[in-house]
Design a protein around this ligand. Structure first.
Ligand code: HEC
Length: 290
């Protein structure tokens, strides 16, 4: 009887789970899954991609969004974009108005940036950021790759356990950055400052379409051309990879350690098995049957 009840419960649960993607679909289509170099148990950041992504973030996004959890020197740390310390020092020094102080006469002053400085924010505070963006607050983008997610629904979330899928945030951000469209005909008219986006929950976003083809110049290869296309799609993927690194700068070390721990546990389980066999083999035959 109780088995039957639990079967009914399971069936009801499955039916509900199967129905929930329909509910989720009202929030907009699901962001397509991208292929990321940092996904899976052996994932690693692609250094060239992080460097390009940083360029996009610095030249485009940083004019509205803060990313102050990042210090310039982080850009040369292992597992990151792999800039050299002298590149980082030169980059920091291009910012000439880093606020510091007080000096001996008690005044705040501005000086050129140093590697230990946080990445300068475009606005001094949230109110100023809102005032410049028609009342909407551009959230800091250093944690957004982890702070945004969406429901993948049944049965995907079960497979996700085995594939170690953790890229909801990056997939959503790429979809968002490439998801600016004209609103459908039956959509209510947009007010000033509103933009239509396929993937933003509710479809209305205050951020104007930030990326356009050819907007950011990528480093050229030996043939004088950028090895990757200078398109909205590519910018979106690169800047999102960089945002993922900002949100989890130790991702590579975490995955490497995780694999080593699993390997150790597997070896240890084998050793325990043979130890157990050895110890119990010493018992007389009849002792185990009584
Ligand atoms: C002109 C200013 C501006 C620029 C440039 C800009 N943003 Fe935004 N962004 C905003 C504002 C304002 C919001 C808040 C939108 C809202 O609340 O409707 C926002 C929101 C976001 C969000 C959050 C969306 C959500 O799910 O809530 C993400 C992600 C984002 N921006 C990424 C970027 C990236 C990446 C870039 C650079 C390619 C960028 N932005 C460039 C102004 C900007």
């Amino acid at each position: 009887m109780s088995l039957r009840l639990s079967l009914v419960g399971l069936a009801a649960g499955l039916a509900f789970a199967a129905a929930s993607p329909v509910l989720a679909a009202e929030a907009g289509p699901k962001p397509p899954a991208q292929s990321w170099s940092f996904s899976g148990p052996f994932g690693k950041f692609d250094q060239a991609q992080l460097q390009r992504g940083f360029k996009v973030a610095k030249e485009v996004c940083a004019s509205c969004h803060a990313m102050s959890l990042i210090r310039f020197r982080n850009l040369s740390q292992p597992g990151g974009p792999g800039f050299t310390p002298s590149q980082v020092a030169a980059l920091a020094a291009t910012y000439t108005n880093i606020k510091d102080g007080p000096n001996e006469s008690g005044e705040m002053f501005e000086r050129p940036g140093r590697p230990a400085d946080a990445f300068p924010a475009p606005f001094p505070n949230e109110q100023a950021a809102r005032a410049a963006n028609g009342g909407a607050y551009p959230p800091p983008i250093d944690m957004l790759a982890k702070a945004r997610t969406y429901t993948r629904g049944f049965p995907t979330f079960i497979f996700d356990i085995f594939t170690q899928y953790q890229e909801n945030g990056p997939d959503y951000i790429v979809a968002l950055l490439t998801g600016y469209k004209d609103p459908p005909k039956d959509f209510p008219p947009l007010l000033p400052g509103q933009n239509y986006n396929t993937y933003m929950p509710g479809h209305l976003i205050a951020m104007p379409k930030p990326l356009n083809d050819g907007q950011v110049e990528y480093p050229k290869g030996p043939d004088g051309k950028s090895p990757v296309p200078e398109t909205v799609e590519q910018y979106a993927k690169d800047v999102t990879a960089f945002m993922m690194w900002m949100a989890e700068p130790h991702l590579e070390a975490r995955k490497r350690l995780g694999f080593q721990v699993m390997l150790f546990l597997a070896l240890f389980a084998g050793l325990l098995y043979f130890t157990k066999k050895k110890i119990w083999s010493r018992l007389p035959e009849h002792a185990s049957t009584h």
